[in-house]
Ligand binder design. Structure first.
Ligand code: ADP
Ligand code: MG
Length: 773
């Protein structure tokens, strides 16, 4: 698809537009049903697109008073073709989305738009709803006005069954996981995924993408390895036994050999020693990477309280994941708290890859063109602005110290402010908003501060940042998605002045900050003030920066620029490779998840279980028991029968014959008798089916929870050992394969046990409840 092609289609939409303009409201509204039946009779989305887009554009005009500009139609066409479109802030992405949403909703399949936070989802859903309902389609928001307020399954089902749904990526991901934890078909609420638009796509697909979303469940049995590994780690020496770099720490060959002697094991990296390996990693991280007073405190109640790195505020109730919290407690010799196990997990990357058709939009996404192509196989299309950009992006100003940097930034702020020109200061860290705010207070400048913790009121404040005299101090993320309109007369003062403080994590964030100004051809300016003391420089090049800051060496201007800019470049390269790594790990989990969720859904949808299948599972369980007990004792057999087959002991099975084949034959005979007896307790065939399905489902879920939890821990333990000719992804996939095979074995055993020992009861509503062993 070339951009020329998109232009061509845009032309076709406009050709249809004239006809739509001539229709009465009533006639326009009938277009929806007409297009639906065209689809039914075999016409394709491509074929009906011009008419559909023209119709919804006309509805946009009549209902909202806004007719999409040509560049918006062009962007909407590119989205139909699965592109990620870059459209500047304020170009009208919300209105643009009405076109592809309308078109895809005509198919009757699930049509969803996700955005970065609940406020935006709720706001955009409410703004666009009148247009869709004018055209006879239902549209809902999948989030509540009150953030965090839980929806019932029935409410969710209602939301997801709407023709069009606006929601957040977080809500969607959790719903996906929850939908696959239900025990009865009626409790499911999602429809099959079909089409999705991702608004603020860079934030959703890149910045938040590699963190897995995890649903926690029942507490894990507490390991006793914390104490032992904690002691072991306290005897290690840096450089000899372990190395650290940035945020990673790992054992050297010397350290590994020592661990093998210490724990009396032959191969530290062997599958069987995973638990030791994992706990050593956790203890190492607790001892080496986490610093008391900096990363956490120990409270008077002997509890670990985490600290926010940026603000230094304490985070009561927050816990580190994957056992790291317990390792930290062990290090500080306070009582260990309970570890929760992960029940289900998914990354956004994988969530979105499940949609047959995905597209997105953002003000700043072209910088990540390459990565988006390789990870998501998505093309980025830059949509030219509706009116020429008039914003002046001034050259960066470089300083050695933060003091000079802040002084210059505040002088610039005051210069603009004295004229009445609105100023928006965007900082790289939360801490800097506070420092800058303090400096403004000292100079008696009234201003607002936004720290990205309440999207609702931040949107109001940021919207007002274009008023005469306004001074707003904000972090990069705060108030995203809300555009800043200029007050009358402000254009004459030069529009909104954006002042950036500190080199940011990546270029996209800086472009996002600049994009706050100059919307729809408004005048405006932007400039960044950066220094060696910026967070990013201090983390990437602390030593080098330190030397220059000590004034022991003067720094050449080119060197200063180079150091600051390459800190950002290196950081971004690191982030890209972390994200790529996460995709590779997640691919493995994804394959397993697909198999499992597929099987689950078939069970919920009442798949028939024939005798052969059920008996095959039971037989496998018996065979594996006999195989793993070459010299079976009488009491072992008794135990096995009681735990797996029957609560009543049959004397004829109790003495095991010496020959394993004979033993297997006798057990099969015995199990056949029990099987027939069990089936005969059900009056109807369908009840027996229901019973078996529930037995299998329970075993599947129990096994899968263990597997998800194990893979989570595995990834955590393995990512830190990417040295010494080891390929972490390869090792992970090998371990994951083994554990999946083990899981299948265990599931068979449990299905068989559930079947023989499960106790079904039918309640007043005819619903079968089973008490499982
Ligand atoms: P973006 O998401 O691209 O930053 P929004 O969708 O928030 O931008 O739109 C910014 C503003 O422009 C809104 O006030 C919207 O109503 C207005 N707008 C968008 N498209 C048009 C249009 N075609 N005609 C008139 N106003 C428009
Ligand atoms: Mg927007």
């Amino acid at each position: 698809m070339t951009n020329r092609y998109f232009m061509n289609i845009t032309g076709k939409v406009k050709a249809c537009a004239r006809r739509m303009a001539g229709l009465s409201d009533k006639q326009l509204q009938t277009v929806t049903n007409d297009l639906k039946s065209q689809l039914k009779s075999g016409r394709t989305l491509d074929q009906i697109l011009p008419e559909a887009y023209a119709a919804i554009c006309e509805a946009d005009r009549r209902v909202l008073g806004k007719y999409p500009y040509d560049n918006q139609i062009y962007g909407a066409v590119a989205m139909h073709h699965g592109c990620l479109v870059e459209m500047n802030t304020g170009e009208g992405k919300t209105l643009t989305a009405t076109m592809p949403l309308y078109l895809h909703a005509l198919t009757g399949k699930s049509t969803i738009l996700v955005t970065a936070n609940e406020y935006l989802a709720y706001r955009d859903a409410a703004q666009m709803r009148p247009v869709f309902s004018f055209m006879g389609l239902t549209e809902r928001a999948g989030v509540t006005r009150q953030p965090g307020q839980a929806l019932t399954n029935d409410e969710k089902r209602k939301n997801y069954s709407a023709d069009i749904l606006y929601t957040t990526h977080g809500a969607l991901a959790f719903d996906y996981l929850l939908n696959n934890l239900v025990r009865r078909a009626e409790d499911r609420f999602l429809r099959d995924f079909y089409f999705i638009i991702i608004d603020e796509a860079d934030s959703v697909l890149l910045d938040g993408a590699q963190m897995p979303l995890v649903i926690s469940g029942s507490p894990r049995v507490q390991s006793n390895l914390y104490e032992m590994t904690d002691f072991f780690v306290s005897t290690l020496k840096e450089d000899r036994d372990y190395l650290t770099e940035d945020k990673a720490v790992w054992l050297t060959d010397h350290g590994v050999a020592y661990a093998e002697r210490f724990f009396g094991i032959s191969d530290y990296y062997d599958h069987r020693n995973f638990e030791i390996n994992r706990h050593v990693t956790l203890a190492l991280r607790a001892h080496v990477l986490l610093k008391r007073q900096e990363d956490y405190l120990v409270s008077d109640q002997d509890e670990i309280v985490l600290l926010d790195n940026d603000t230094g505020r304490s985070l009561p109730g927050m816990k580190l994941r994957g056992g790291e919290h317990q390792a930290l407690e062990q290090k500080e010799h306070v009582p260990l708290t309970q570890e929760q196990r992960s029940v289900a997990s998914i990354t956004y990357q994988n969530l979105f890859l499940m949609f047959p058709k995905m597209c997105g939009m953002s003000g700043t996404i072209s910088n990540a063109r390459q990565e988006l192509l390789s990870v998501y196989h998505k093309r980025v299309v830059v949509v030219p602005p509706h009116k020429k950009l008039r914003r002046v992006d001034r050259k960066d100003r470089y300083f050695v110290t933060a003091q000079e940097q802040f002084k210059a930034a505040i002088e610039e702020t005051l210069k603009c402010h004295r004229k009445g020109q609105p100023v928006l200061i965007v900082t790289a860290t939360i801490q800097d908003t506070q420092i800058f705010s303090h400096m403004l207070v000292e100079r008696s400048v009234p201003h607002s501060v936004l720290n990205a913790d309440n999207a609702y009121w931040e949107a109001e404040i940021i919207a007002a940042a274009g008023m005469r005299n306004a001074v707003t101090v904000s972090t990069g993320m705060a108030g995203r998605g809300t555009d800043i309109k200029l007050e009358e007369g402000v254009a004459g003062l030069g529009g909104l002045a954006v002042i950036g403080i500190g080199r940011m994590e990546n270029l996209r964030l800086e472009r996002q900050a600049r994009g706050r100004s100059g919307r729809q051809g408004d005048p405006g300016s932007s400039q960044f003030f950066v220094s060696l003391e910026d967070d990013i420089v201090m983390t990437m090049y602390s030593e080098k920066a330190g030397e220059y800051l000590d004034r022991s060496r003067p720094i050449a201007p080119w060197k200063l620029r180079h150091l600051i800019n390459s800190a950002q470049k290196t950081r971004e390269e690191q982030s890209i490779s972390t994200r790529e790594q996460a995709v590779r790990y997640d691919k493995i989990l994804r394959r397993q998840r697909e198999i499992l969720y597929g099987a689950r859904n078939r069970l919920l949808d009442r798949a028939q279980i024939d005798r052969e299948t059920m008996w095959g599972i039971i037989n496998d369980a018996l065979t594996s028991f006999v195989k793993s007990h070459p010299d079976l004792q009488e009491h072992e057999l008794t135990r096995y029968v009681l735990d797996n087959l029957s609560y009543e002991l049959d004397p004829e099975i109790l003495t095991p014959p010496k020959d394993p084949n004979e033993l297997l034959r006798r057990m099969q005979q015995y199990a056949t008798k029990l099987y027939d007896r069990k089936i005969s307790t059900f009056d109807q065939q369908e009840q027996a089916q229901d019973y078996m399905r529930q037995c299998i489902l329970r075993a599947l879920d129990d096994g899968w929870v263990e597997e998800v939890d194990y893979l989570q821990q595995l990834q955590y333990a393995i990512t830190t050992r990417g040295t010494a000719q080891r390929n972490p992804v390869f090792e992970y996939s090998r371990e994951a394969y083994h554990s999946f095979e083990d899981m299948k074995e265990t599931m068979k055993k449990n299905i068989s046990r559930n079947f023989f020992l499960g106790d079904p009861e039918t309640d007043a509503n005819g619903q079968m409840n089973i008490i499982f062993p």
